[in-house]
Design a protein around this ligand. Structure first.
Ligand code: AMP
Length: 375
């Protein structure tokens, strides 16, 4: 039995802790809020800020191995810890993903196609960036952006003023990719072998993931194979180990890198019941030095994210379907699985849970479930 330390106690930390327990390990979690979701299931916890070096050191001291579910741990805090303690993913994948310009340069340098982009700061450089990238384009803050926060789509001159609140903030301007659909892949590498979970098609609403559909209905085998091949090659070239999720835009036969995360990913939540092993469990196997298991899809699966506005309906569905909120089942089978994260404050657009429908395709989801949720 090992103790896995987790930096971050949100829903990802919760599900890592659940799978650590399935494999017979302990977990200890650090998060700034005293009622973080993961604290309900981990064995020990520490309430502290992500830049509290003393508290992070305490977490490392009490753990055999440490991982992160929070991507913005400052380098100056985590680098000294990686030198002293067992944090096998290290700082490098965090460094490469914490800044959108650095992230895109790194992706391009390691074999992935990226949308045209320019780094911008203030109005003048924004106008130069527009001349380079062209309309339509997307303005995003370079750091701390997620789920569409700090993003503005520019279709013409008249939209420039909308970026004004961010003129003091380093930003990226990206070509707007008129994609056919979005897709993502989650991989785990133990240093030699890479396993990947089946590629899903993702539908976002207001910049936030709404649905993941697996297998990706619109994806040809050729595109899927290319996505797997180039993602694995990217991971090897970067020398990353542990877990890595990559989000892509797909247009015809072309796949464009959008962003990556060196942690379990929202689009991989379907793996808990939709596959015979899941992203959280394989991360724990990597962390504890156990052999990785190659995942297989149990049946076509749809994952619906539950934001605050749909929480009450999701709770009703849990009662109706008997779909418990326990992610720990080790024998998945077709059915409806409701996960409620137990966050104390529910707000519109806040991720409060998800529902996984195993043995369901998009047409059936549309017919049976779509109308139950806020449009
Ligand atoms: P991000 O936070 O960068 O993943 O952006 C959130 C969502 O906004 C994406 O999943 C897309 O749906 C959309 N989006 C972001 N960047 C672009 C782009 N360059 N072209 C088209 N759509 C985009």
């Amino acid at each position: 039995m090992k103790t896995i330390g987790i930096i971050g106690g949100g829903q990802l930390g919760l599900m890592i802790a659940e799978q650590a327990a399935v494999l017979g390990h302990r977990s200890i979690c650090l998060d700034p809020s005293a009622d973080a979701p993961a604290f309900r299931v981990c064995d020990e916890h520490i309430v502290a800020a992500f830049d509290d070096a003393t508290a992070l050191e305490e977490l490392c001291r009490r753990s055999d191995v440490v991982t992160y579910e929070f991507e913005n741990v400052p380098g100056e805090v985590i680098i000294p810890l990686t030198e002293k303690y067992n944090i096998p993913q290290g700082y490098r994948p965090l460094y490469d993903s914490q800044d959108r310009v650095r992230e895109k340069r790194n992706a391009a340098a390691n074999g992935l196609r990226v949308p045209r982009f320019a780094d911008v700061l203030g109005e003048e450089s924004l106008r130069r960036g527009i001349a380079e990238v062209g309309y339509p384009c997307v303005f995003k803050t370079r750091t701390l952006g997620y789920d569409g926060h700090g993003q503005v789509v520019l279709r013409g001159e008249e939209d420039i003023a909308k970026t004004q609140p961010y003129w003091q903030t380093p930003a990226i301007l990206e070509q707007f990719v008129p994609f056919d659909y979005e897709a993502s892949i989650v991989m785990v590498c133990d240093g030699e072998r890479i396993i990947h979970f089946p590629v899903g098609q993702n539908i976002h609403r207001d910049g936030i993931l709404d649905l993941s559909i697996v297998p990706a209905p619109r994806m040809s085998d050729a595109v899927r194979n290319e996505m797997v091949r180039s993602s694995e090659e990217f991971m090897r070239r970067c020398g990353y180990t542990g877990i890595l999720a990559i989000e892509y835009f797909v247009r015809g036969d072309e796949i464009y890198f959008n962003e990556m995360a060196p942690r379990p990913h929202n689009s991989g939540h379907y793996t808990i019941e939709g596959c015979d092993t899941n992203q959280f469990r394989e991360l724990c196997r990597y962390l504890t030095g156990e052999e990785l298991h190659e995942p297989h899809l149990v049946a076509p699966t749809v994952m619906k994210n539950i934001l605050g506005e749909d929480l009450a309906e999701a709770e009703r569905i849990a009662v109706e379907t008997g779909g418990g909120t326990d992610s720990r089942s080790s024998r998945p089978e077709p059915g409806t699985y409701v996960h409620i994260y137990g966050k104390s404050v529910s707000k519109p657009k806040r991720k409060m849970g998800h529902i996984t429908y195993v043995g369901m395709d998009m047409a059936e989801y549309d017919r049976l479930w779509r109308d139950r949720f806020v449009k």
